[in-house]
Design a protein around this ligand. Structure first.
Ligand code: S3P
Length: 178
């Protein structure tokens, strides 16, 4: 399918890049976290608190399945933990071209340090947590993605230029721009 999918760790810029990319490419944008919040009628933090992480992860897979039925040419931004399930990685690949926005732990910490909406980072030492989770997750993100975009130190416009060039370049095998 021809969707453009953005994956990566919390705070790597998926939401902002997705929004700007949607203007640039004139495509609508869908965010899996927002879809789940709408359906559950509560925030991610409340879902984690009331039903637990496993419940939320099942909702992510359900959400991807629905997107496969309903979307074709959109920008899809997904929650940072969604690509951890192998099943989800397969669904992502079926949905379209997958871009991993890769950031260093320091960049991520600077972006999320004052944010309270991400339950997994409400811990005593968020910096150490970010480093640990990033180490665990990097291979999943790479496995799920067609293109890795390094975002450290880059302006959003630069990142969007890179993604746009790859989208125009077409399918998985032809891509050289990472
Ligand atoms: C999570 C990332 C969040 C959200 C939830 C869990 C994760 O999305 O899905 O808090 O496990 O990395 P963002 O990456 O959009 O912050």
């Amino acid at each position: 399918m021809g969707n453009v999918i953005l994956i990566g760790f919390m705070g790597c810029g998926k939401t902002t890049v997705g929004l700007r990319l949607s203007y640039r490419l004139r495509r609508t944008i869908i965010d899996t976290d927002k879809e789940i919040e709408k359906e559950e009628k509560r925030t991610i933090s409340d879902i984690f608190a009331a039903k637990g992480e496993a419940y939320f992860r099942d909702k992510e897979t359900e959400c991807l399945r629905k997107l496969l039925e309903n979307t074709g040419n959109q920008i899809i931004s997904v929650g940072g933990g969604l690509p951890l399930r192998e099943e989800n990685r397969e669904l992502l690949r079926e949905l379209g071209q997958v871009f991993y926005l890769r950031a260093e732990a320091e960049t991520i910490y600077e972006r999320v340090k004052n944010d309270t909406s991400r339950p997994l980072l409400q811990v005593e030492d968020p910096q150490a947590e970010i480093r640990m989770l990033l180490r665990e997750r990097d291979s999943c993100y790479r496995d799920a993605s067609d293109v890795v975009i390094d975002v450290d130190g880059k302006e959003f416009e630069e990142i969007i230029d890179e993604i746009e060039a790859c989208v125009q370049n077409g399918g998985r095998d032809e891509i050289t721009c990472d």
